[in-house]
Design a protein around this ligand. Structure first.
Ligand code: ADP
Length: 490
């Protein structure tokens, strides 16, 4: 396609530390593959602990002056960054599709979403306010200041290479923190493109740093980010397993943590639901990014009165709306999975379920004719507790559909998991809507909507899905300390 042959000015192959584009101290690199055909897009520096310290030191040094900038100055910088991102949407989308595989339409949607956090926090920067308190002793004045906490380490995943960075970095920068960003080893090119635009936006040297690491070095780099006393907050989006490692390691420095971890979203269709709307929501919530998102619908529960009809409508929508292939082609809606381990996991879950009696209504196989990492959108029923897929975060294009009878039963099943990120349900019964929304043990509830995330609202989970909230006016809180100042004997 002509798109991919165009030269991409934002496609960088060096890391960005202290305002310089550099390689790693050991001069090693690792390849970034296009998941569509395994071609190498670029080789980037494979950085290690020494490079990480360099970045942390640069961010610490920059913090001294950046923390003293006015909110208006930081707001302007973020606004410049936002404008540049908007201006370069096409190019960012091409880079994102190349390294992640999602379709150009999905990449553009992510960029719009990711940019919205930079816009939002450029506005919020000017509304970070302290408080003057009532005093119990008349000759005192009690003040609460909000101060930036210090250097922020941001570790991000491959499923939203743009938005997971902007959602964290824009909040950190708005608060007056400087950051060291460690993107996923699968998708560092989008992160480097964002650093390029941050440089053009005028962020001072050392305020935004991006270090690139292979999977081999990620644990060591991760440990340094947790244990280095100059890093004051760590914000991570990724798997619950890695989140737990970071939590443990961060004990060494009592580091502030913001963790956005895995989910196991239920998607409940009650008997009063409008099925057209429910199926539309199901398509987006399940198959966006081929199911590789932490808020993807993971367990469908459909009331017995609507079960057959829902499956029939869902099936026909999958067949009519999904066109898999090379995401850079205009007509393609869904690309490949990101890497072999994702494909193997998807395949293993289906094999196990089928062996134990699950019924496959569509898909259920890889699509090697399209490329080595394609897996067909799959719908299965008759899934039981004995199957691995029953209570696992699938992270692939598999819709598991269960039948239920009563509201109590479905709420209990829905909550029967150690995680609680998003939950969705469809109902036209207003009392039921309030009842169920209250009882779901999750951080975010979508009612008659399958895609709910937006810069204005608080994103985050309960239970083992994490700590803290991103976006909204609460998103800056992780990057701020409260200082209490008492003026006495006035
Ligand atoms: P996924 O399973 O979706 O790839 P991960 O949690 O493994 O999610 O990855 C999310 C981010 O965490 C990536 O940037 C990855 O490099 C990083 N990561 C993986 N292992 C570690 C680790 N031990 N310490 C710190 N970061 C890690």
């Amino acid at each position: 396609t002509p798109l991919l042959n165009r030269s991409l000015h934002l496609l960088r192959d060096q890391a960005y530390i202290n305002g310089k584009w550099i390689g790693g101290e050991k001069n090693e690199t690792f390849p970034i593959y296009n998941p569509v055909n395994q071609s190498v897009i670029k080789n980037v520096p494979d950085m290690d602990v020494k490079d990480t310290r360099l970045a942390i030191n640069a961010a610490s040094e920059a913090f001294k002056s950046f923390s003293k900038t006015t909110a208006k100055e930081r707001s302007d910088l973020l606004r410049n960054w936002y404008n540049l991102m908007v201006e370069h949407t096409e190019e960012l989308a091409e880079i994102l599709t190349k390294e992640n595989g999602k379709s150009i339409a999905e990449s553009k949607a992510e960029i719009k979403y990711g940019n919205s956090f930079v816009e939002w926090f450029s506005e919020e920067a000017r509304r970070i306010e302290g408080t003057i308190l009532q005093t119990p002793i008349s000759n005192r004045k009690l003040l609460l200041y909000k101060e930036p906490i210090g250097v922020a380490a941001l570790i991000t995943p491959w499923n939203f290479p743009h938005a997971m960075i902007t959602r964290k970095a824009a909040a950190a920068l708005a608060a007056g923190c400087t950051c060291v960003i460690k993107p996923s080893e699968e998708t560092p090119l989008t992160a480097l493109a964002l650093a390029d635009l941050a440089e053009k936006a005028g962020f001072p040297h050392g305020t935004v740093n991006v270090i690139t690491t292979s999977l081999k070095n990620s644990p060591n780099v991760g440990r340094e980010l947790c244990e280095n006393p100059n890093v004051k907050v760590l914000s991570f989006t990724g798997s619950t397993a890695v989140g737990k490692i970071l939590y443990k390691q961060s004990a060494s420095t009592i580091k502030r943590l913001c963790l956005e971890l895995g989910g196991n979203a239920s998607f409940i269709v009650f008997d009063s639901a409008n099925l057209d709307i429910a199926v539309q929501g199901a398509m987006l919530s399940k198959f966006r990014n081929c199911g590789q998102t932490c808020v993807s619908a993971n367990r469908f529960f459909v009331h017995s009165s609507k079960f057959d009809q829902f499956i029939e409508m869902f099936l026909s929508k999958i067949q009519s709306d999904i066109k898999m292939g090379d995401g850079s082609k205009k007509e393609v809606t869904h690309g490949p999975l990101i890497k072999e381990s994702q494909l193997n996991m998807t395949r293993a879950l289906i094999t196990d379920a089928v062996e134990k009696g699950a019924k496959v209504h569509c898909g259920g196989t890889p699509l090697p004719e399209l490329g080595p990492l394609f897996y067909a959108p799959t719908l299965i029923t008759d899934v039981t507790k004995e199957m691995q897929i029953y209570n696992k975060e699938i992270f692939g294009p598999i819709a598991v559909i269960h039948k239920f009878e009563t509201e109590n039963e479905v709420i209990e099943n829905s909550n029967n998991t150690p995680v609680g990120l998003a939950g969705y349900f469809y109902s036209q019964d207003i009392s039921q809507i309030f009842r169920v929304a209250k009882q779901l043990e999750v951080g975010m509830v979508g009612i008659n909507e399958g895609i709910i995330s937006t810069a204005e609202a608080a994103f985050g989970g309960v239970k083992e899905s994490g700590l803290g909230r991103e976006g909204s006016r609460h998103g800056v809180e992780d990057f701020l300390e409260i200082k209490y100042v008492c003026l006495g004997n006035l």
